[in-house]
Design a protein around this ligand. Structure first.
Ligand code: HEC
Ligand code: HEC
Length: 410
């Protein structure tokens, strides 16, 4: 922890970069090395490179040969590197098709009382394990198709997911355990979301699809622990269920497994990641799209201006989110193993960077990747967003396409 503080102090000392050069949206010339939203000093550049290396590192099991500083993976985990799920900082680059769920999808578990964690399996159902262990489970997804029509007769089709659990190492899940499938979101602009002053009901957090994680630093330490089985100063427990004594007794790759230096570097790396640029629409189309977005009421939640504090030369950002949580109805809500709907509130998904994803398929939208297109994502809006969806449905085909084109240029 002391070391983390030292890094933080160092970072502050670096802050002397001319304010005029802050540029939130940047061209991504080399997608494998996404740019920062401001120029870096030499010392920051070194930290950035270390952070990128940590982000891309495939961690090894405890005691692996020639892996002293990068061992301690598991014993159960989902993926061995951050990059395996957040491909070069982008959202999961995968479609979410029937069959075993993709690596970049994590099924979290919740108690019925809102408590996180299952006594046998912990917070995350880990689908991989190091050689001497067994994964906790395999998770199989299927869909039923739900068809309908717009008021003008145009057909649409949505997919309703169902999850099945196989090869459960410690027996079946309890009937009241809540299943929380989550697809890896993009990390671009995370440091800027972190700089939005806390307000109102967002006080519990702003990261994760439910906005339930307080900070970028907390989310990073949690990802190491729960998705990768790696302890750090900020998160000292792997994701072993309370009752899984064998998992708890597993060999450690060091105390902690992720050094303060590596943890601080990967946080610093993410903090400065810019948003990818999308090709600009011609002015009339840009204006018409925004007008529809506002007229339908999308912008009430997907707000196109939020203040940021503590960043010289930047007063606000345009993330198309209010960072608040909303109930979008039972169709999108999490369910328990027995199928009971768990009232769920979701952070308004930031729409900046959406174009980067849809221009580089495969991609999938919404918290569990069920939406195959922006149009499907909009049609799933219900609950607090029902009236906005209805206005979208009732608009003409030309208007719907105008809005969808505008969205894919964010
Ligand atoms: C197995 C896949 C997987 C791995 C590995 C993984 N993540 Fe994630 N990440 C996710 C998922 C899924 C979410 C969404 C979690 C939620 O909604 O609760 C997420 C969310 C995040 C977020 C929050 C973004 C936002 O806007 O809400 C950050 C930041 C993040 N991860 C960073 C990391 C870092 C850094 C690493 C490596 C230390 C990492 N992740 C490893 C799957 C993964
Ligand atoms: C009441 C608040 C609210 C309103 C109004 C609203 N949204 Fe959303 N939107 C959300 C939330 C919350 C999510 C995340 C839901 C989830 O993942 O389950 C979301 C997700 C999305 C996504 C998917 C983003 C992603 O990263 O997967 C798109 C696209 C989107 N909204 C577009 C729209 C459009 C277009 C409108 C207007 C017709 C609209 N939204 C109105 C709250 C809202």
């Amino acid at each position: 922890m002391r070391c983390l503080l030292a890094w933080a102090a160092l970072l502050l000392a670096f802050a002397a970069v001319p304010a005029s050069v802050v540029q939130v949206i940047q061209p991504f010339d080399d997608p494998r090395d996404p740019p920062s939203w401001r120029p870096l000093t030499d010392a920051e550049q070194a930290l950035h490179e270390l952070g990128l290396t940590v982000f891309n590192t495939s961690w090894r099991p405890a005691g692996a040969a020639r892996a002293e500083r990068i061992d301690g993976l598991g014993p159960v985990f989902n993926a061995a590197s951050c990059d395996a799920c957040h491909s070069n900082g982008a959202r999961a680059r995968t479609a979410v098709e029937p069959g075993l769920i993709p690596v970049s999808m994590v099924v979290q578990l919740g108690g019925p009382d809102g408590k996180a964690a299952d006594p046998s399996y912990g917070h995350v159902l880990n689908t991989a394990a190091i050689d001497s262990y067994q994964p906790e489970a395999q998770i199989r997804l299927s869909y039923t198709e739900r068809r309908g029509r717009y008021p003008d007769g145009q057909p649409w089709s949505l997919r309703v997911p169902t999850y099945r659990f196989e090869e459960m190492r410690l027996g079946p899940l309890r009937n009241d355990t809540v299943i929380k499938p989550r697809l890896a979101p993009a990390l671009f602009g995370s440091g800027l979301l972190d700089a939005v002053p806390v307000a109102g009901d967002s006080a519990t957090g702003r990261f994760g699809w439910q906005g339930n994680v307080p900070s970028l630093a907390a989310q990073t330490a949690q990802a190491f622990a729960q998705d990768m089985g790696l302890t750090s100063a900020d998160f000292a427990q792997d994701d072993c269920g309370a009752a899984d004594t064998r998992c708890r007794a597993a060999e450690s790759g060091g105390e902690p497994e992720v050094s303060d230096e590596f943890l601080a570097a990967v946080i610093a790396y993410q903090r400065l990641l810019a948003m990818p640029e999308s090709p600009a629409l011609e002015q009339p189309y840009e204006k018409a799209g925004l007008a529809l977005f506002e007229r339908h009421g999308c912008a009430n939640c997907h707000r196109n201006s939020l203040p940021v504090s503590g960043i010289e030369g930047l007063a606000s950002i345009a993330p198309y989110t209010d960072l608040r949580r909303h109930d979008l109805g039972p169709g999108l809500a999490d369910r328990s193993v027995s199928g009971k709907v768990q009232p769920s509130r979701w952070r308004t998904a930031p729409l900046w960077g959406l174009g980067h994803a849809v221009r580089r398929p495969p991609y999938a939208l919404l918290h569990d990747g069920r939406a195959r297109s922006i149009e499907e994502a909009v049609l799933w809006h219900d609950g607090e967003a029902a009236s906005a969806r209805r206005r979208f449905e009732r608009s003409t085909v030309a208007e719907r396409n105008r809005l969808l084109d505008w969205l894919s240029a964010r």
